[in-house]
Design a protein around this ligand. Structure first.
Ligand code: ZN
Length: 488
């Protein structure tokens, strides 16, 4: 079967057939986290969205170099050219070296990503490890005449750039309007216009992270790292650049301008952006008190959460929406995802226990093609998942002995489920994730079987002891006609 993958290019605002620049190699760059705090739901969505793209490209047989950076310098508060460096501020607050902050939150980010079964990228470059490359890049833009130096800082000349190229084309902003509303700086700022953005900033005395450059002792502007590291590892032109929609402006718009100004050509072929997550209809934000970290989801420790949610539930919740739609989080919505995921994984486990018959009375052909078609249509995971749910009906009927399935049909069904659930959607059963969960369940079963034996031997003391002690630990034990049932 021919696989024609179509992806939505934010730059052209259309779905385009994916044709890599180099036949079977794909270069893909995704903006990673600024590591000054714990990862939250807003970090999970781009990580999972581009994990799906990465996995699907691998499935299609491409050799993928996936670069996802760590921002550890230059990202100032308010995403603007002013304010403190986010990492530096945290370091001062906690009396740590900035790199201690970076290491601590990078480790925690990795742990959260592993729990979400997000594959590690091929390269994870740090902005602070690529200062030389960034200085070189700034110099290229200066040499090309699209930047100016002012008091030791270097700014991008947006108006001049816009005369030749189109500034604002990604986000659809009108530069004329922006120039009009930002015209009157009256020499109060180092910048000629407030629309200009910093490529290099001279460090003020209290700024703790700084490096030597031809213009001053300072640090790179936030957008510079992605231009420098993207082209360093993927070449002057590469296939895909992704990130959250909130990065489209100014971050990605500035990145396009920097790269085009320095290299004289468009660097990225396809720009892809995932939509945002709202919480009970509201934007997420620290000040709104609805900023839920991934760890809080996994432990249930947050006032907006009625219970803990496993990493796989969070992953499934995100995959149940198309990446370009908004997703509204609520505890109820996650509970529904938890139920759905359990049904899917139970069906998948049941599929392994089915025995084949000479003929099939259920129709399962075409499942693979339907799931592929959904994924090829701009990674439509909700549709692919709905096809898997349709197949669950047949699995359950066969499992209950009401319908039959032939060996070749059963083999195909198992293969499609393994491909889509394990490999492409990256869903794991909970016992696989926690490792010990399975052994723990078996240990409880073992104790309750011992209690059953004690009862049969009329050893009431032992039987009561097991029951009472498990109850005291929070287990709810129910005697049934076949034995027992238990839950916590
Ligand atoms: Zn970036």
């Amino acid at each position: 079967m021919e696989h024609n993958l179509y992806i939505y290019n934010t730059l052209s605002r259309t779905k385009e057939l994916f044709v890599p620049i180099h036949e079977n190699k794909v270069g893909m760059y995704v903006c990673g986290p600024t590591v000054y705090g714990d990862a939250h739901l807003g970090h999970a969505r781009p990580a999972i969205t581009f994990d799906i793209l990465f996995r699907y490209l691998l499935h299609l047989g491409y050799k993928v170099r996936y670069v996802r950076n760590i921002t550890d310098v230059g990202h100032l508060e308010n995403d603007a050219d002013t304010g403190e460096d986010k990492i530096g501020k945290k370091a001062k607050l906690e009396e740590l070296e900035p790199m201690e902050v970076v290491q601590y939150y990078t480790n925690r980010y990795h742990k959260a990503m592993e729990a979400l079964n997000v594959l590690p990228p091929s390269i994870e470059p740090h902005a602070s490890g690529h200062i030389m490359e960034q200085i070189d890049f700034v110099q290229k833009i200066l040499d090309a005449g699209y930047a100016y130096e002012s008091e030791g800082s270097v700014y991008f000349d947006v108006e001049k750039y816009n005369k030749k190229y189109n500034y604002g084309k990604l986000s659809g902003r009108n530069i004329e309007d922006m120039l009009e509303t930002t015209r009157d700086l009256d020499g109060q700022s180092e910048k000629r216009r407030s629309v200009d953005f910093a490529l290099w900033k001279r460090a003020s005395p209290e700024h703790i992270m700084h490096w030597k450059a031809p213009w001053s002792e300072g640090f790179p502007g936030w957008h510079m790292e992605c231009s420098a590291m993207g082209t360093k590892y993927l070449g002057e032109q590469f296939d895909i650049h992704g990130g959250g929609m909130d990065l489209m402006f100014p971050h990605h718009e500035c990145e396009i301008a920097q790269s085009t100004a320095a290299l004289g050509k468009e660097t990225v072929k396809y720009w892809m952006h995932n939509n945002m997550i709202t919480i009970n209809g509201q934007k997420m934000g620290k000040s709104l008190g609805n900023f839920i970290t991934l760890e809080a989801f996994f432990t249930g420790n947050h006032p907006l959460l009625t219970q803990a949610f496993s990493p796989m539930t969070v992953r499934f919740f995100i995959l149940q929406a198309h990446y370009r739609s908004t997703v509204d989080f609520s505890s109820e919505a996650l509970q529904a995802s938890e139920k759905g995921l359990n049904r899917l994984m139970e069906g998948y486990a049941r599929l392994q226990k089915i025995t084949a018959s000479p003929v099939s009375s259920v129709e399962t052909a075409g499942l693979r093609a339907k799931c592929e078609e959904a994924m090829c249509d701009d990674l439509n995971t909700p549709i692919a998942i709905s096809h898997l749910f349709d197949a669950l009906k047949a699995i359950n009927l066969v499992h209950d002995g009401k319908e039959t399935i032939s060996q070749p049909d059963l083999d195909e069904l198992k293969s499609v489920f393994a491909l889509f659930i394990d490999e492409i959607l990256g869903l794991k059963s909970e016992s696989e994730i926690s490792g010990g969960a399975d052994a723990y369940k078996k240990a409880i079963d073992l104790m309750l079987n011992m209690r059953l034996e004690a009862k049969q031997n009329k050893d009431w003391a032992t039987s009561d002891k097991i029951r009472n002690e498990l109850t005291a630990l929070g287990f709810e034990i129910k005697d049934t006609k076949d034995g027992f049932e238990w839950k916590i």
